[in-house]
Design a protein around this ligand. Sequence first.
Ligand SMILES: Nc1ncnc2c1ncn2[C@@H]1O[C@H](COP(=O)(O)OP(=O)(O)OP(=O)(O)O)[C@@H](O)[C@H]1O
Length: 698
Amino acid sequence: MSAPRRAPSAPRVTLDTPVTYLKGVGPARALALARLGVQTAGDLLYHVPHRYEDASTVKRIAELEPGMDGTVIGRVISKGVLPTRKGLRVFQAVVRDASGMIEVSWPGQPFLDRTIEKGDLLLLSGTVRFFHGRQLQPREFVNLGAEEEGTAGGRVLAVYPATEGLSFKQIRGLVDAHLDALLPQVTEYLPAPTIARAAVPPLPDALRMVHRPTSIAEAMAGRARLAFEELLSVQILHRRANALARESRHGIAFQNRRDLTTKLKAALPFELTGAQTRALREIVFDMTSPRRMHRLLQGDVGSGKTVVALFAALLAMENGWQAAVMAPTELLAEQHLRTFTKLLAPLGIVPVLVTGRLGAKARREAATLLAQPAPLLVVGTHALVQEATAFSRLGVAIVDEQHRFGVEQRKALGAKGESPDVLLMSATPIPRSLALTLYGDLDVSILDEKPPGRQPVTSALRPESSRERVLQFVERELDKGRQAYVVYPLIEESEKTDLKAATVAYEELSEGAFKGRRVGLLHGRMPGDEKDAVMRAFRDGALDVLVATTVIEVGIDVPNATVMLIEHPERFGLSQLHQLRGRVGRGGEASYCILLGDVGQEAAERLHILVDTEDGFEIARADLRLRGMGDLFGERQSGQPTFRVADPLRDEELNEIARAVADEMLGADPELTAPEHAGLRKALGSRYARSLELFRVG
Ligand SMILES: Nc1ncnc2c1ncn2[C@@H]1O[C@H](COP(=O)(O)OP(=O)(O)OP(=O)(O)O)[C@@H](O)[C@H]1O
């Protein structure tokens, strides 16, 4: 497509031209573009297609047979929304190409009726099944709009990330209209040896390749270049931020007095694992240095993070400072309080609880304690960061399940007192290389070893036909006085349907298989304190079975629970399943994780990764490979850096090269002031500095 003809007086579009000056971009579209991070014409070049459809492999509609998987292009000749007997609404269309027509069906997506019009040309990929004739259920589709037939055939179709109010087609139109004018203005800014080392094409070529590829391979080569540049920038910015932070991050230099910590070690009913000892050594090193600690402690489920946190707290306290441990829920805060109270009893230390539930009097008492300049261990929820909670001498701030807090809350706790040391903890293990890329300004400690004597959890995937036997098995465990979890997935789109599934299951189970047992129900729509009450009842043994729709509190510790029964396991991510499984096998008893349901072959293969290993790091790695980063944490994390093109795990090799290049570059030219780095310096400032804010944690 050629550039639009311009009137002689029309200003030339440059890389810096705001999108609002582009033809066809009104205020609404400009807003939509801004949501995509596109503010200038140059940004548009960096708005890269997220996938490609190879239109040269398109089949003719007449060729499609039930059971076949394929891609077709057809025009919508009729459409409508139909209800089904199950109450689900289905959007259906009939599409036609020169060879024939086929019915296309999108169950549960009636809203498509608003975006797909009669006469639109659709590119559809999916599986054909037989339902009153051939029917295609698209896995993916692209609406090519009222385009001429044939324009999409025989070439690679770039599909752009779209947003509300701006379809991929409109974006493609914009890019197409300006690409020819903009590309000649782009110059390579990376040093030639760097490009050669990464084996990627130069920038102008790469941009052409991603927007107008002639083959999928070419598109991938162009993409690799942009991913590399992104990874390199992130590495450089991290290193710079680290270097600056190290210089400026003055903290408290605690002394390793070996007073309270030694007493705790002697009083512990167990020996620390090798991994715990290593992590502690790293923490003690940080805390005794005059530099402020900024460390992430990553532990696999049940690897014993809590006790490591306690040592850090005691180190601050034996130096006369206060320590705070912040947990994401009241329940977890209470759990920590109980653990700490028990472990610290021999030392004569009584920890204090600060949560939103405290009555006015208890709050005042806590506030008085906090205001005294005496050593103190405070455990709480985000109530800890509220203004009213004034620490007189906060020495170390520990944040459990750190990804469940927003950046602001994490920062706020770290901002209490005069630069306390900060320890963040996470139970979603990710590979070290990825952790370093994601959390560049944090040091990372890893607990990859379970305490000895833990019984492995026996895991199994069982088909529907075994339901009866599985339930009998659970029954036998309950007979032994143990407890069981039964978990249902939560689908965002239809919380209602979900709720029904769990409520129905709850009624069925409490009337049927578990009649006479005490069964509790927990779902996402319950108010927080009701949820806590149910969890408490289960923890205290007042319930035998807990039926839950939504995630059971990550981190909950009920050693008497020995069965985790998961329904529709295919709807969970592997890391999530691993977390759920981690809720059992916490006592000395043999424990079981049963995945129940008929799943497809692909899902079965995925689930077998979980059945076959208990190594959370291995599972996270597999999960990342299969589902990408966005899904790893179940929900999108606030403060997670978002890579536009790169995926640090899938692009591991490029990432390694980027790391090496960044090291060498900054080693030779720490401020990037050498002439050959001028272009890079400028690009970092304009293109990537904005995202740097996202990486900062404290
Ligand atoms: N070295 C050890 N030897 C034996 N038991 C230990 C050891 N360290 C911790 N534990 C015990 O292991 C259990 C799990 O510890 P903790 O709750 O800290 O795990 P976690 O890492 O927070 O796991 P999760 O994220 O699954 O909650 C606790 O009951 C704790 O007392």
